[in-house]
Ligand binder design. Structure first.
Ligand code: MCA
Ligand code: AMP
Length: 460
């Protein structure tokens, strides 16, 4: 069981704080142990992953029991949730029960389970993440992968049990759940979750390490008083999407310290980061974390070898290491596509590398993957839901540059109705963050002679 600090070492008061609730390490072990005792069977447990202590207890309980946990975004609509439950084969449900969920509930037992050895290679967590088309894919992360990924970060960020991690990120993704909660539980440090990532809540939490996506950092610098308060922290970490250089400089100006930028994916955990004790450079995401390796292959088809480490030549980024996932569940096609042989994973990101080993992410190969507010969103999933609306004849969804969200989702629609109705339609079927922020009605979509929509002409 990879949450080592939970069961070894001394107890820690207020070890986990979520909003107004707090537990010591011993209380968490007791509550999670009783949750584990109530899990019916050995199959995956779906957790209604609200930003709450209940979610931390449920996820920890699944880990203690050695069963895969499937965090379900609490605002996912019926289409998305139905897919996740069917695809994951979840056999139990934890938390508030939305309409249409008929899995047996986990009813915590009167006494905690006794701890036992757990196969580190078994899937510990199934995280659903968007591809370019179709429904989200379940990335299978083993306990060993999670442990390796976290240990690498303890090293590069000088993360110790004396740290207090603060963030308010969703508890159903790598960033908020694995780094922001399981990281603290493995390292033995405190974690304060602010429920929402509001600047004033970050400022009031008095942490030593702060985690945020660029949108969160953008909102923090818009609130200079809160930003200045974070200057007392040891480390300000940004990830999940590109941190614009101007934002990097504004954070540094207000807090007195440059942020540490790191790069990762649901499938790979964090593979590149600046070191706490090393250089932090605007626009660059640093070096491989311990155990990770990278290579850059020529962007043009037909070329072989690796591109030169000159800090300029763009290549397709591949990564390898013990923190990588074990493949997508039920998706042999996607697994064939993403593995390049010998353990190398095709990230779909374009990058440059300089001789010293620093990497810069310059973009993504596919225009159909959008990053909005740090969330990864496939345009195909939104297009499919919009096509189900009776007013929509044709649609193309793109990510347009946005000063706050990085990219905002824009739907170009041939059809009739109002923007508001179409936005609400998407929000009712999928997670709210997948709703278009803008709908543009057009007479026709730009297509090439083969009939394919040319998204590059739609303001991408
Ligand atoms: C407005 N709302 C609606 C509608 N219109 N809701 C439903 N239907 C509508 N038509 C309101 C809701 O009431 C809700 O309000 C609010 O919109 C929620 O919208 P949201 O888009 O969430 O708000 P936001 O302010 O734009 O969110 C910004 C954010 C969020 C807080 C930064 O994007 C965020 O939490 N991002 C983090 C994503 C993340 O953790 N990614 C990591 C992936 P109310 O809020 O009042 O209820 S892991 C990863 O990338 C890798 C591993 C890595 O490298 O880390
Ligand atoms: P997700 O599946 O939500 O984990 O999203 C992974 C994607 O987020 C990566 O493929 C990158 O495109 C993007 N990403 C994560 N961190 C960074 C970063 N520091 N800079 C640029 N892109 C990033």
């Amino acid at each position: 069981m990879f949450l080592t600090s939970l069961t070894s070492g001394h107890d820690l008061d207020r070890a986990v704080v979520v909003g107004d609730e707090a537990v010591s390490r011993a209380e968490l072990v007791d509550r999670a142990g009783r949750f584990a005792a109530g899990i019916p069977g050995d199959g995956p447990v779906a957790v209604h992953a609200t930003a709450s202590l209940d979610t931390v207890v449920a996820v920890t309980g699944c880990i203690l029991a050695g069963v895969p946990v499937v965090p379900v975004p609490p605002d996912s609509g019926p289409a998305e949730r139905g897919h996740v439950l069917r695809d994951s084969g979840a056999t139990a449900w934890a938390g508030d029960r939305p309409d249409g969920v008929d899995l047996p509930a986990v009813v915590p037992g009167g006494a905690a389970v006794s701890l036992r050895e757990i196969d580190p290679e078994r899937t510990a967590m199934l995280l659903y993440t968007s591809g370019t088309t179709g429904a989200p894919k379940g990335a299978q992360l083993s306990g060993r992968a999670i442990a390796s990924g976290l240990d690498g970060l303890f090293d590069v960020w000088d993360w110790t049990p004396d740290d207090t991690v603060v963030h308010g990120l969703p508890l159903f993704h790598v960033h908020g759940l694995i780094l922001g909660v399981l990281g603290a539980l493995r390292r033995g440090s405190r974690v304060v979750h602010t429920v929402k990532p509001q600047p004033a809540r970050y400022a009031a939490a008095g942490g030593t390490m702060y985690f945020g996506v660029p949108t969160v950092w953008n909102r923090i610098v818009e609130d200079p008083e809160s930003a200045r308060a974070l200057g007392r922290a040891r480390l300000l970490v940004s990830g999940s999407a590109p941190l614009p250089a101007t934002l990097f400089e504004r954070i540094a100006g207000l807090t007195g310290q440059a942020p540490v930028e790191r790069y990762g994916m649901t499938e790979t955990m964090i593979t590149l980061s600046a070191r706490a004790s090393g250089e932090r450079r605007a626009g660059w995401v640093g070096m491989p974390v311990p155990g990770a390796e990278t290579r850059l292959l020529p962007a043009a088809d037909g070329e072989t070898g690796e591109v030169p480490d000159d800090g300029e030549t763009v290549g397709r980024l591949e990564v390898r290491g013990p923190m990588l996932f074990g493949g997508y569940l039920n998706r042999p096609d996607a697994n064939d596509e993403c593995w390049a042989g010998d353990g190398w994973f095709r990230t779909g990101n374009l990058a440059v590398r300089e001789p010293g080993g620093f990497h810069r992410i310059v973009g993504r190969e596919s225009t159909d993957l959008i990053k909005s507010g740090g969330y990864r969103i496939g345009s195909g999933e939104i297009e499919a839901v919009l096509m189900d609306h009776p007013g929509v004849a044709e649609v193309a969804v793109v990510g347009a540059p946005d000063p706050d969200l990085g990219q905002r989702i824009v739907a170009f629609v041939v059809g009739e109705g109002t923007a508001e109705a179409l936005i609400d339609h998407v929000a009712s079927q999928l997670s709210w963050h997948k709703r278009p922020r803008e709908v543009v009605f057009v007479d026709a979509l730009p297509r090439n002679p083969m009939g394919k929509v040319q998204k590059k002409l739609l303001g991408q």
